[in-house]
Design a protein around this ligand. Structure first.
Ligand SMILES: [Zn+2]
Ligand SMILES: [Zn+2]
Length: 405
């Protein structure tokens, strides 16, 4: 499918600062809430705490070498992953010292994701042993473990209903009901054709977003109970990270090609239609190539079957020669539509519901900090960039035309 990027919005997220002092790629980094600081973990086995000095530059205040891969944090406690262990560290209030507290022996294989749930005092984790495990962060005790179908690379938790969402490398998302010492499977969602690379939960609207190596994002309406799943197609490469900005109701996604997409989630999007099956074009009635009988009868050469992304009808190439974006169906890139659907799509319908930005590095990780609205990206260029996404301007620019619907 030839995908063309819609025109980018005029204003871009503003780059605030860069941290370039890395020997190796930073696999995970978090912005310290309410502080001008960053905790980073890189492939060169260092964990560092950076504080912004008056000069505007970030300087390391703590530097420690460990064979660690990733990091999760809460105010002054850091959890990192060291092979099969999750050590917990306490950061001094002046951010100048990091003291080891305890180590969770969580998995038999490499730890993949760690999530700390303050309200429950739980440390949730997944590993290459295909186990989902949860520990009490007060006692350090393991509370329970659950075997997942495949390795889990995305993990989210809903505090109110105690459901965990796990996205795995088979492309499946599983919902687990987690009790103090037990866990049961509620349901699974299948929609991606590649690994689930990131999950993001919006507790307000009770919507789960899953990003995948198939370049797509799916928005699963969990709370609405209608089971709707809406595709968001705005990336040309593997989706690497997802964050939800609840105060502006925007989803931020990024992909390996460096693009950052800011999706306006205040608009109502529609589900894409099921693709219909037909032996002949549902517009001009010419037979498709496998319809031998009709081909014989009408002595016509069979045509290739295509599908209109708007109505789902099986159509031939001639009857679907035009392309259009369909932002309200999540298609921010131009897709195949049949001629009659093409006529029905107005200019207003084509108003983008997302804005597209270039981070200028191949992103491996993003982190969004809600209190400052800052967005951190880490790239394969061994650089961390911190940006202000400029939400207000974007909303003013795009929302009015959408709200007229
Ligand atoms: Zn046709
Ligand atoms: Zn159509």
């Amino acid at each position: 499918m030839a995908a063309e990027q819609p025109k980018p919005q005029t204003r871009k997220p503003v780059l605030l600062s860069k941290i370039e002092a890395f020997q190796d790629i930073v696999t995970t980094a978090v912005i310290i809430p309410k502080e001008d600081g960053v905790i980073s973990v890189s492939e060169d086995r260092t964990i560092r705490v950076w504080l912004k000095r008056d000069s505007g530059q970030y300087w390391p205040s703590v530097y420690q070498t460990m064979s660690s891969k990733s990091v999760a944090s809460r105010s002054l406690v850091i959890y990192i992953y060291i092979y099969i262990y999750i050590p917990e560290f306490i950061l001094a209030e002046d951010y100048n010292k990091m003291t080891p507290a305890r180590t969770y022996q969580a998995h038999q294989g490499r730890v993949l994701v760690v999530l700390f749930v303050l309200e429950m005092e739980w440390v949730l984790s997944t590993g290459q042993d295909k186990n989902f495990t949860w520990h009490c962060s007060e006692s350090g005790q393991q509370l329970g473990t659950y075997r997942t179908a495949a390795c889990v690379s995305g993990l989210q938790f809903d505090v109110e209903t105690r459901h965990a969402f796990v996205g795995d490398q088979s492309g499946q998302v599983t919902i687990l009901k987690v009790e103090q010492d037990s866990c049961s499977m509620v349901t699974t969602f299948k929609g991606h054709t590649g690994n689930v690379t990131a999950l993001c939960w919006d507790p307000g609207q009770r919507v789960l977003f899953s990003g995948s190596s198939d370049n797509s994002i799916i928005m699963w309406d969990i709370g609405g109970r209608k089971g709707t799943a809406i595709e968001l197609q705005g990336h040309n490469d593997k989706v690497q990270g997802l964050c939800f900005a609840s105060h502006t109701r925007q989803l931020i996604s990024c992909s390996s090609d460096g693009s950052i997409v800011i999706w306006n989630m205040d608009v109502t999007r529609q589900e894409t239609p099921e693709w219909l099956d037909s032996d002949s074009c549902q517009k001009c009635e010419q037979p498709f190539f496998w319809n031998f009988k009709q081909m014989w009868d009408s002595k016509k050469i069979g045509l290739r079957q295509h599908h209109c992304r708007k109505c789902g009808q099986a159509v031939c190439g001639k009857c679907s020669s035009k392309r259009s974006t369909i932002p309200l169906m999540g298609f921010e890139f131009e897709v195949r539509v049949c001629d009659s659907c093409h006529e029905s799509i107005t200019e207003e319908d084509r108003a983008p519901t997302a804005s597209f930005h270039d981070s200028k590095h191949s992103i491996v990780h993003i982190h969004y900090e809600a209190t400052t609205g800052n967005l951190l990206t880490s790239g394969t260029d061994k650089v961390i960039k911190v940006r202000v996404p400029q939400f207000s301007h974007y909303s003013a620019l795009v929302l009015p035309s959408i709200r007229n619907h």
